[in-house]
Design a protein around this ligand. Structure first.
Ligand code: ATP
Ligand code: MG
Length: 399
């Protein structure tokens, strides 16, 4: 008896050529992610992705759990099930179902069986398969009774080309589109709660991520940098490897604070970040910038302030948190596993030079006039030239 995983992807949105490129990106991504478990093979047949043990390989509980977790975090898969694979005959289906589901069914009270006959050549009708398997389970587990309306467990039996697959139901997984299927984006990753969530939401829509973190050493600490590297590592469990560029804004912050009106500090700094990020994005082949901005959250995220900072880059700025409340962003952060790291108390370069009375309704001309006073061009060139890159690899993260 061997356990395999069946993965399903949303078919409705997929048409023509898009569909086959979507499928091959997804299969390739899943192969790459599962590679480190050392014992799984991935293939696709009739809109299902099969993850099966390599011939001669018997994954232990840890390897099976790791594979299941990896599948659950792979964007593009909408649902997956852990199944036992068996030969397509009623006796084989009944005996495999009884032994594979024993643990699960001995702990519940009600169940029903649903059968899907994708292989129409199989001579027994779906409802007859369900009745036979249901009877076998009732015979084996006296604690059980059938409830077709609200069962504790829905036992699924799928009859497909290569065999019959029995599971205790399927689970919804990450959904979205495979990472890389919509190109690459550059995430402005701070140590806060919002930007990791923004990166996750855009990776879910098929972007492969690069990231940039702006620091202002010695005003910001090395621990603040380590925290951002940890966030990138946590994100990479979902997004795959991330190149994290670390850019120093120290010279730029000092020049702004020397030359400009304090009310504009944050805005000018954010425009500088956008300009540098846009140039990095060009070098990295990223078609968009991604930020964790949320409308009205702070002074630099009013509509007028967003217009002033958003006017800088040539690329579109994706702000997937723009319409989310803080509680909603926190719920995502908890779900994706970045929250605990995000709330570690280290300073951000934006907060080091915070104005007492920031401009919340800035005008473009006023901002540009202030910006000219600081002569930021050469400082931005230098910040880019001295950037360091940390490559956070998917495989470094373990599970
Ligand atoms: P977060 O919780 O992600 O830090 P925030 O609510 O604190 O966001 P801001 O500090 O105003 O908001 O930053 C808005 C966005 O600008 C962040 O979500 C992030 O995308 C980007 N950003 C801010 N500071 C940095 C930084 N030091 N390095 C890289 N990006 C940054
Ligand atoms: Mg922040």
């Amino acid at each position: 008896m061997r356990e395999i995983f069946l993965c399903k992807y949303g078919e409705l949105i997929l048409k023509g050529a898009n569909r086959s490129s979507f499928e091959s990106i997804l299969v390739k991504d899943l192969r790459y992610r599962l590679f480190r478990t050392g014992c799984y093979r991935v293939y696709r047949n009739q809109s299902i992705i099969y993850v099966v043990p390599e011939d001669g390989c018997e994954p232990d509980d840890d390897a099976r759990r790791a594979a299941w977790e990896i599948i659950g975090r792979t964007f593009g898969i909408v649902a997956a099930s852990r199944c036992v694979e068996t030969e397509k005959s009623l006796p084989a289906i009944c005996s495999a179902g009884v032994s594979y589901l024993a643990d699960r069914l001995s702990r519940v009270r009600t169940f029903k069986v649903e059968t899907k006959r994708a292989d129409k050549r199989f001579p027994v009708h779906s409802s007859d398969v369900s009745a036979e398997l249901g009877a076998a389970l009732l015979g084996a587990f006296p604690n059980l009774r059938v409830d077709v309306h609200d069962p504790d467990v829905v036992v699924k039996c799928e009859i497909r080309e290569g065999g019959a697959y029995i599971s205790a139901g399927q689970e919804r997984t990450a959904g979205g589109m495979p990472v890389g299927s919509n190109g690459r984006g550059l995430l402005l990753l701070s140590g806060g709660i919002d930007s990791p969530v923004a990166g996750w939401l855009m990776a879910k829509r098929g972007l492969r991520l690069s990231a940039v973190y702006f620091e202002a050493f010695p005003y910001t600490s090395l621990q603040a940098r380590e925290k951002v590297i940890s966030l990138a590592r946590e994100l990479s469990l979902w997004t795959g490897s991330i190149d994290l560029h670390i850019v120093s804004l120290t010279g730029i912050e000092e020049a702004i604070s020397r030359a400009c009106d304090e009310a504009y500090f944050t805005l000018l700094l954010r425009r500088s970040m956008m300009r540098i990020a846009d140039r990095l994005a060009g070098a990295e082949g990223c078609g968009a910038l991604i930020t964790g901005e949320s409308l009205g959250q702070v002074a630099s995220q009013t509509m007028e302030a967003l217009a002033v900072t958003g006017a800088v880059p040539q690329r579109p700025v994706f702000r997937p948190c723009i319409g989310l409340d803080k509680e909603e962003i926190i719920a995502y952060a908890r779900r994706i596993g970045t929250f605990e790291t995000s709330i570690l108390p280290y300073e951000d370069c934006c907060t080091v030079f915070t104005p007492r009375h920031p401009r919340t309704r800035p005008k473009a001309e006023g901002v540009k006039a202030e910006e000219l006073k600081a002569a930021l061009g050469p400082l931005e060139d230098e910040a880019l030239q001295t950037a360091q890159t940390v490559r956070v690899r998917f495989a470094d993260t373990g599970v």
